[in-house]
Ligand binder design. Structure first.
Ligand code: FEO
Length: 169
């Protein structure tokens, strides 16, 4: 069974994952508004992934006889200043989430809560991937610079993203 402290911290993370989903959706809408439909597609899939992260944690809490209490989701950040700014914000956001996951893990260690440690190891690995992906895309955008043709091609490539089987596991 989860301690009350751990249960509360996991509930907070569930809310943070739902916020991430909402934030990515806001970025997808921005990309639609500047006619980058490939980037919008990529971000919509990211929205789905974040939703899966929230559900995964939610199911974990339930499986440990914990209570899930859904809280209000904050209005997502907006006011993007171009596609480079979007991915700079993605990277910052994922770094922040990595910090939250690390703090949760530290709490699970402090409490000798081994099942929660094991569950969080999946998230720790996922964060390494998410930060790397954001960094790679940001780098590609820097190479593109102000060349419209290159941006067009990158947008096409982003539009080809599919949810890999197991990506939402
Ligand atoms: Fe659920 Fe992007 O971390």
């Amino acid at each position: 069974m989860l301690s009350k402290k751990m249960e509360k911290a996991l509930n907070k993370q569930i809310n943070a994952e739902f916020y991430s989903s909402y934030f990515y959706l806001n970025m997808a809408l921005y990309c639609e508004s500047i006619d980058l439909s490939g980037f919008a597609h990529w971000l919509r899939l990211q929205t789905q992934e974040e939703h899966e992260h929230a559900m995964r944690l939610l199911d974990f809490v339930l499986s440990r006889d914990g209570m899930v209490e859904l809280e209000q989701i904050d209005k997502p950040k907006g006011g993007f200043k171009g596609i480079n700014d979007v991915f700079a914000q993605v990277l910052e956001h994922e770094k922040m989430v990595t910090g939250l996951i690390n703090d949760l893990y530290a709490l699970a260690v402090e409490e000798n809560d081994y099942p929660t440690q094991v569950e969080l190891q999946w998230f720790i690995k996922e964060q390494v991937e998410e930060e790397k992906t954001a960094k790679d895309i940001l780098q590609q955008l820097k190479w593109v610079g102000d060349k419209d043709t290159a941006l067009f091609m990158l947008d096409q490539k982003m539009g080809q993203r599919q949810l890999a089987s197991g990506e939402e596991e």
